[in-house]
Design a protein around this ligand. Structure first.
Ligand code: AP5
Length: 222
């Protein structure tokens, strides 16, 4: 099964993908994580992407689409299906994705739109903390690490993403509304969009999503 998780920054795409990848046996493909990995490894692509990410702007389509094309068409780990998190992010990327998937004859099944309200998004982003080593997600209020600054899972250092500062969050939300929100309609027209209330707890959102898949006759590992 091939799913896109679409929604504003902080809607809980990464959190939901972490829950679903186990339940559904799917790969989790996050362009944000892939780009942060490129930055960490100081690759040419990472160097190019850094200034866009740190200021909350979109990394040029060509760079991100190249990463995705490689992942989707070449990586054997995604053969059984995947959850796309953070891609596509504008109409151009959505069209490019359709072309790539058409070439390999593997269309998307659904686009899960995580709808969240502004106060919820702001509280989630300003409170988010991430493990630098394994990427585990925390939140200072909802899900603090047991020991401050230390990851529960791997004991790595827990930090605040540089783009989770208030000023950058504002730019990311503006970019979302201008560039990303229009693709909701793009997928609605394709009949692939399913809307979820993402203000609820991650477990409730997961349950609702699983119910949708069951109603659509999609079995867990298909
Ligand atoms: P990316 O990493 O994709 O960031 P984003 O889309 O802004 O999404 P976030 O990771 O901020 O939020 P999320 O929805 O995954 O929420 P999370 O689950 O972490 O992209 C970063 C940057 O990379 C972009 O700005 C851009 O520069 C670049 N980029 C990436 N993809 C690109 C592309 N395709 N094209 C161009 N540029 C691209 O949750 C947030 C917090 O809330 C956590 O603390 C979590 O514990 C908590 N939480 C989550 N869900 C719940 C819930 N249901 N209840 C309570 N708490 C919750």
């Amino acid at each position: 099964m091939r799913l896109v998780l679409l929604g504003p920054p902080g809607a809980g795409k990464g959190t939901l993908a972490n829950l679903l990848k186990e339940t559904l046996g799917l790969a989790h493909i996050s362009t944000g994580d892939m780009l942060r990995e490129e930055i960490k490894n100081n690759t040419a692509l990472g160097q190019e992407a850094k200034r866009f990410i740190e200021t909350g702007k979109l990394v040029p389509d060509e760079l991100v689409t190249r990463l995705i094309r490689q992942k989707i068409s070449v990586d054997p780990q995604v053969k059984r299906g995947y959850l796309l998190d953070g891609f596509p992010r504008n109409k151009q990327q959505a069209e490019d994705l359709d072309k790539i998937l058409e070439q390999i004859q593997q269309p998307l099944d659904y686009v899960m739109y995580l709808e969240a309200t502004l106060p919820v998004i702001s509280a989630r982003l300003t409170g988010r903390r991430v493990c630098k080593r394994c990427g585990a997600l925390f939140h200072i209020k909802n899900k603090p690490p047991k020991k401050e600054g230390v990851c529960d899972r791997c004991s790595g250092p827990v930090y605040q993403r540089p783009d989770d500062k208030e000023e950058t969050i504002k730019t990311r939300l503006d970019v979302y509304l201008k560039d990303t929100a229009p693709i909701i309609d793009y997928y609605k027209k394709q009949g692939k969009l399913k809307k979820l209330d993402a203000d609820q707890s991650a477990e409730v959102v997961q349950d609702v999503l699983m119910k949708i898949l069951n109603e659509e006759g999609k079995h867990h590992n298909s």
